[in-house]
Structure formats: structure tokens, C-alpha cells
Design a protein around this ligand. Structure first.
Ligand code: ADP
Ligand SMILES: Nc1ccn([C@@H]2O[C@H](COP(=O)(O)O)[C@@H](O)[C@H]2O)c(=O)n1
Length: 467
């Protein structure tokens, strides 16, 4: 397992755990790989469309689609000129960098962070920017040669071939390549007859034998797609069932993990939380009470930091022996609701640097905006609530990938369910969690009960039904 190196690594022997595998089994002994689905088929057969449908229907966190296009070899000037004259065969296996593909998929399968190249069909070259992907729990890999290379397809948990007639594919390709890949009718037809069709017959169609499931006609074949979805769901349940893993983690656990610091339930705390939870609280009051509550959580989190002695001279010329904060700190909010906590953090820690993380549950995680020196700081990570703990775990993984030490992370939130707290502390026992209140129940939809509804909507006024 190779890790990206950190600037600290050589100097102080610290080896960063860069990207931990997505999930741990309930006894903590073995680590689960991500679930890899491969989708092959001819050009314009509907691979991307089927991938998107799977994502929509699956409803599990952190599914990513990786396209084979990202692994086209980077062409030199001479090859690019040939490509422009339609004299380069993009449908031959040699056009792809299978070693790079294997390396990236293996890392993703282990839950590691990867940089995926991005491809531009109009210039036939890779963009200078790459896309960062953080440990997904399900990876869909689609491309004409997805089931071609043994090392690659043997890694897959499900192998699919989308089998669509040649004439349908050509018609779709004409439309698509003219609309979005900068091609003319003539160039599409020339390329199709010269390279696309022969390569499909010689190299791509034969990979059908490596498939577990064949989907004739692609997306329009509802029967096949439904069967496929059922099969994937079943396999997922056996393999990376995120929800049941979490449930198992929580089984038989009483009380809160040691890493959790629950605010003392004084009337002051309870009354603020009562206002926040009340569906009849208007937006002004909601913001006011939330900001106050967040400040109390921040103040509690600051008690976990290091202070050193400092003496000052008072205005009447006397010496006072006190303390000043020793730790360098920064904040990181998990969008969207965590951003609401930034106001309070700034009120308590003047001029603090604050980064942002967008954790999405159904697609790629956005590029984080983090302070450049974050690895040398203690990080106050903010989100208003923890239900399953999934977003917090993902956010912590991103911080570790940026070489923040686990023990330097303090997670702050207003409301949490024990399941989520146990999950976070199980995955990252050194992360301290400061929380105002804990609700015991998570319902079937993984909402906290009684909860406080959609905090971000209520705080930012983005939904007027106050839910
Ligand atoms: N069942 C379908 N009916 C009509 N158009 C489709 C269908 N499936 C895909 N397409 C269209 O055909 C084109 C190619 O589909 P896509 O899923 O991108 O194929 P691939 O990824 O295999 O190249 C796209 O423009 C898509 O919108
Ligand atoms: N510079 C390039 C690279 C690839 N192609 C064509 O793309 C097809 C694969 O993409 P799909 O989305 O259709 O699977 C492949 O058939 C290549 O001919 C290209 O035209 N230019």
C-alpha cells in the first residue's frame, strides 16, 4: 500500500495514514475494500447512462464513476496531428495506459486518495488539472475496454457488458460527437468505419465473455436494469453494506465513547436547544440561539487545547501571571450546515483561518479548500449534526489525507446520535468530539429523532416550511 509522502515524513519519521480504507468490520480485524463495478460495451452503447442510473437507484454513500477516457495515453505533437487527420486509432487497446488504470483502481479499491486524469476529446489530450477522489465505497468504472485487461477485470465485484446494436450506436455517436466532442459528420463516419467498428469486432465484443451480466439495448432495457440493480444491491449487502456495518458497530454499545465530550446539560444549554428544536421558532430566533449554542461548543472545544504561561503588566503596573494559547489552530466547516458554525468560531477566535469541505453522499467529493499549512495546526472541524457519522468520517479522512494528525482534530457539533458517535470514534479514536446534546434514536431514513429538522434550511432560510 503506497502512501503519498508528506513534507514531514522524512524529517520526523511521521508516516501519515493517508486515506484509510472506507470501512472496518464490526470486530475491527479486517478491512473492507470498496465495491468495484465494471461496465464495458461499444462506443455510445449506453455505458455512462447505465452508470448514472445505477448511482441514482443505489442510494449508498460515496459512489463514484471513473471513465476509461481518463486513461487515454497522452499524445505527443506528432500523434496529435495524426489524430486531427483521423489517422490515430483511439479504439485499439494500445491507446490506453492500462498500468496507470490498474494503479489508480487498486488504490481506490483500498480506499486511498487518488488523482484521476481528466481528458479533453476536442484536443485529444489530458487536461493539466486532475480530479481528486477520496475513498469511495462504490466505484463504477466504465469504458470500451473495461473488461479487457485481466488484472483490471479480476479486481471487479460485478462485470457488466452493455450490448447495443451497431446501427443504434453509430446514430447516437454521430449526434453526441457533433454536439459535444467537436466532430463533423464526415469525421465521425470516417473514424467509425476505419477504427471504431473493426476494433469493436476484434477487441471489444470478445470481452463480453468476461461479463457476469449482459444488458441488451442498454438503458431502455428496464427488465435487465432492474435485475442488475437487484443483483448489485444484494452483493452490496453481502460486501460493503455501509448501513449494516454501522449498525453492527453500535450493537451492544452503551453510553458514549470516551472521545466524546457532551456539554453539561445545564438549563442554559437545554433552553437554547429547546428553542433550536422548536418548529415554531422563527428564523431570527433560530439563528440567535444557534449562534449562542455554537459559541458554547467552541468554548468547550478550546478547553482541549494547550496553553502556556504568560505574564502581563496590568494598567496599574502590576504583573499578572496567566496563560496564552500554545496551539496553532484553524477551523474547517463541512458544507452546508457546518458553515453556520463559522460565525461563532470567528467570534471566539478572532482572525482564525477557516477552510471548507463539501462532502457529497452520491457523487464525487468536491475539492477541499483548506489552509495550506493545515498539517501543522489543530483543526476544529464543524458540522451541526451527526446521524450515521458518514459525513464526519469522510471529512476526517480528507483531513488525514492532507497530513493533519488524527489527535489534532476536534470535531464540534450541536446534535448527534450514538450510532454516529460510535462510528466516528471507532474509525478515529483519537479525534475528540464536542457535542451539545445526544438523541438516542435514528429513524429508518437515518434522521435524528426528535432532532431539529434541516438545520441548514432553517439557518440560511432556504426552505420556508421550517423542516
Ligand atoms: N436508451 C437510450 N435512448 C436514447 N439515447 C440514449 C440511450 N442511452 C444512451 N443514449 C444517448 O446516447 C449517447 C451515448 O450514451 P452514453 O451513455 O454516453 O454511451 P457510452 O458511455 O457507452 O459511450 C448519449 O448522448 C446518450 O444520451
Ligand atoms: N481523442 C479521442 C479519444 C477517444 N475517442 C473515441 O471515444 C470512444 C470511447 O468513448 P465512449 O464514451 O464512446 O465510450 C472511442 O470509440 C474513440 O473512438 C475519440 O473520438 N477521440
Amino acid at each position: 500500500m503506497s502512501n503519498p509522502t508528506s513534507p514531514n515524513e522524512a524529517s520526523n519519521g511521521f508516516i501519515p495514514r493517508s486515506g484509510r480504507p472506507p470501512w472496518y468490520t464490526s470486530d475491527g480485524s479486517s478491512i473492507r475494500d470498496a465495491f468495484l463495478i465494471g461496465i464495458a460495451g461499444g462506443s455510445a452503447s449506453g455505458k455512462t447512462s447505465v452508470s448514472n442510473r445505477i448511482i441514482r437507484e443505489m442510494n449508498v454513500p460515496w459512489v463514484v464513476i471513473i471513465s476509461m477516457d481518463s486513461f487515454y495515453k497522452n499524445l505527443n505533437q506528432e500523434a496529435r496531428e495524426r489524430a486531427a487527420r483521423n489517422e490515430y486509432n483511439f479504439d485499439h487497446p494500445d491507446a490506453f495506459d492500462f498500468d496507470l488504470l490498474h494503479e489508480k483502481l487498486s488504490k481506490l479499491k483500498q480506499g486511498l486518495i487518488v488523482d484521476i486524469p481528466m481528458y479533453d476529446f476536442t484536443t485529444h489530450s489530458r487536461l493539466t488539472t486532475t480530479q481528486k477522489i477520496y475513498g469511495a465505497s462504490v466505484i463504477i468504472f466504465e469504458g470500451i475496454f473495461a473488461l479487457y485487461d485481466k488484472k483490471v477485470f479480476e479486481m471487479m465485484d460485478v462485470r457488466i457488458f452493455v450490448d447495443t446494436d451497431d446501427d443504434v450506436r453509430l446514430a447516437r455517436r454521430l449526434k453526441r460527437d457533433i454536439a459535444s466532442r467537436g466532430r463533423s459528420v464526415q469525421s465521425v463516419l470516417d473514424q467509425y468505419h476505419k477504427y471504431v467498428k473493426p476494433a469493436f469486432d476484434d477487441y471489444i465484443r470478445p470481452t463480453l465473455k468476461n461479463a457476469d451480466v449482459i444488458i441488451p439495448r442498454g438503458l431502455e432495457n428496464n427488465v435487465a436494469i432492474d435485475l442488475l440493480l437487484k443483483m448489485i444491491k444484494r452483493k452490496l449487502e453481502e460486501n460493503v453494506s455501509f448501513k449494516s456495518e454501522l449498525a453492527k458497530l453500535h450493537e451492544g454499545k452503551h453510553g458514549l465513547p470516551e472521545s466524546v465530550i457532551l456539554l453539561e446539560q445545564k438549563p442554559q444549554v437545554v433552553s437554547l436547544m429547546t428553542t433550536i428544536r422548536d418548529k415554531n421558532t422563527n428564523r431570527d430566533e433560530f439563528i440567535f440561539s444557534s449562534d449562542r449554542m455554537c459559541r458554547m461548543v467552541v468554548e468547550k472545544a478550546l478547553t482541549l487545547l494547550k496553553f502556556h504561561e504568560k505574564s502581563v503588566i496590568t494598567p496599574i503596573g502590576k504583573t499578572y501571571h496567566g496563560f496564552t494559547m500554545a496551539d496553532k489552530i484553524c477551523g474547517v466547516s463541512i458544507e452546508r450546515a457546518g458553515v453556520a458554525m463559522e460565525v461563532s468560531l470567528r467570534q471566539v477566535c478572532k482572525d482564525i483561518k477557516i477552510g471548507k469541505l463539501l462532502i457529497q453522499t452520491d457523487t464525487k467529493t468536491g475539492d477541499p479548500q483548506l489552509p495550506s499549512d493545515i498539517s501543522s495546526r489543530k483543526v476544529l472541524l464543524m458540522d451541526v449534526s451527526v446521524a450515521t457519522g458518514a459525513a464526519a468520517i469522510m471529512a476526517i479522512r480528507v483531513l488525514l489525507d492532507h497530513f493533519v494528525l488524527e489527535e489534532n482534530i476536534i470535531f464540534m457539533c450541536l446534535l448527534a446520535a450514538p450510532l454516529g458517535l460510535h462510528s466516528i470514534s471507532y474509525a478515529f479514536p483519537k479525534v475528540k468530539i464536542v457535542v451539545s446534546q445526544v438523541d438516542q434514536v435514528l429513524n429508518d431514513k437515518f434522521y435524528i429523532v426528535p432532532g431539529f429538522g434541516n438545520f441548514a434550511n432553517r439557518y440560511f432560510g432556504t426552505c420556508n416550511n421550517n423542516k
